[in-house]
Design a protein around this ligand. Structure first.
Ligand code: APR
Ligand code: PHB
Length: 389
């Protein structure tokens, strides 16, 4: 088989890139190790920046998002029983859109299917070959059949555990990492959200987040030790602990119900540089991870896709390699700013095992400063709604 762009990974990065290229008449093949149902069963964050929202529209996938997504003009931050609001709309002119990553991925799969796009599921043993030459190719296996795709470029959209990043020689790749000493226990429940906006809660018992997917589907998280096991957290224990971490008036309004999903995720900051090696380009989780505080994972994957898509477009439409040559530099410049924001917001809201009384005072002082100072709020809001591409 021959294509212009071979895309490894059928998560949101790979699908969005493939669909955007298709709109411009550029051919691609997506290789996904799992099945569509498996990919769609993963529960991920649900806050979209304007950049991703615009890209979905450009990809011709915006209709359901515009119908069902919920624009949020601000968010709530609490510490103990104190709570204040940061008004994104007033401070930056932009809201964010609450729409689940699962729905984004579903819309992209539907669009790929409608366009007869090539997505190979159950693609095993993917190997990237000759990426440092002008004729790269990819080999893989479906069942007992071995296959090969020759291409112009390879997009490594295969997430943190994929093969793409590992293909880049160790003496070329530099990794930066911070692992946090806690995780997030998340629960999805068919209950109305406790508040019409998200609540990020700093409490003496640890961080909590009240989020949502729609008017009758709530997503809640609490900070927990990384050693905790999901089976040891009953629904009852989860709700009781969540209530202790959010302001009392909110806890009183909290409607609880059976969980329909419950999982623990570790928190990590990670960046791999460069994001390009020859004709291989890394996109999304394949190149970087942020802790989920601030919901930047999917949004940062989208900004990578934006730079790569425009670089490829420039190459095919204008014969100009400037965009692909500067892809890594442009993507990383934004990635590091988002890493900083996610790290800062995580540090502001969580309890750390080695935190001193002084450190706790610093957190509260920073929250009170944020509460009282519109310049500080604007800095937070500017990052939250999404830095420009
Ligand atoms: N071969 C083929 N496909 C692979 C391989 C491989 N060797 N390894 C992984 N994959 C697939 C995974 O099964 C997954 O569907 O690549 C896809 C990567 O998807 P994600 O992990 O979702 O990464 P990405 O598309 O970059 O999405 C960005 O934003 O909110 C964050 O982490 C969250 O998934 C999210 C991410
Ligand atoms: C979510 O809805 O899952 C979510 C929202 C905001 C975050 C993280 C996760 O910062």
């Amino acid at each position: 088989m021959r294509t212009q762009v071979a895309i490894i990974g059928g998560g949101p990065s790979g699908l969005l890139l493939s669909q955007l290229l298709h709109v411009r008449g550029i051919d691609s093949v997506v290789l996904e190790r799992k099945t569509r149902d498996y990919v769609l069963s993963r529960i991920r964050a649900g806050v979209m920046e304007r950049g991703l929202y615009e890209l979905m529209k450009e990809a011709g996938c915006g209709a359901r998002m515009e119908r069902e997504g919920m624009p949020h003009d601000g968010t709530l931050l609490s510490y103990g029983d104190e709570m204040f609001r940061v008004n994104f709309k007033d401070l930056t002119g932009h809201p964010v859109m609450v729409y689940g990553q699962t729905e984004v991925t579903r819309d992209l799969y539907d669009a790929r299917e409608a366009a007869d796009g090539k997505v190979e599921f159950n693609a095993e043993d993917v190997e990237i070959c000759d990426a440092d030459t002008d004729s790269p190719y990819v080999t893989y296996r479906v069942g007992s059949e071995s296959r090969r795709i020759d291409c112009d470029f390879i997009a490594g959209c295969d997430g943190f555990h994929g093969v793409s990043r590992k293909t880049i020689p160790a003496d070329v790749l530099k990794e930066y990492e911070r692992v946090y000493p806690f995780g997030w226990l998340g629960v999805l429940s068919e209950t109305p959200p406790v508040n019409h906006e998200l609540i990020y809660a700093n409490s003496p018992r640890g961080f909590a987040l009240c989020s949502m997917r729609n008017a009758n589907l709530s997503r809640y998280y609490i900070q927990c030790p990384t050693t905790d096991k999901v089976e040891n957290w009953s629904d009852e224990d989860f709700w009781a602990e969540l209530k202790r971490r959010i302001p009392a008036d909110q806890a009183e309004n909290l409607v609880t119900g059976p969980s329909i999903e419950k999982s623990i995720a570790p928190l990590r900051s990670y960046v791999a540089e460069p994001m390009r090696w020859g004709r291989l380009f890394l996109c999304g989780d394949a190149a970087h991870i942020v802790p989920p505080t601030g919901a930047k994972g999917l949004n940062t994957a989208a900004s990578d896709v934006h730079y790569l898509y425009n670089g490829l477009r420039q190459f095919y439409e204008e014969g100009d390699a400037e965009g692909i040559d500067r892809y890594s530099e442009r993507a990383l410049s934004r990635v590091w700013k988002v890493e900083r924001f996610s790290w800062w917001f995580s540090g502001l809201m969580h309890r750390y095992p080695d935190q001193t009384d002084f450190d706790l005072k610093m957190q509260i002082a920073e929250l009170e400063f944020l509460r009282s100072n519109t310049d500080a709020q604007r800095a937070m809001a500017t990052n939250y709604v999404g830095l420009p591409y």
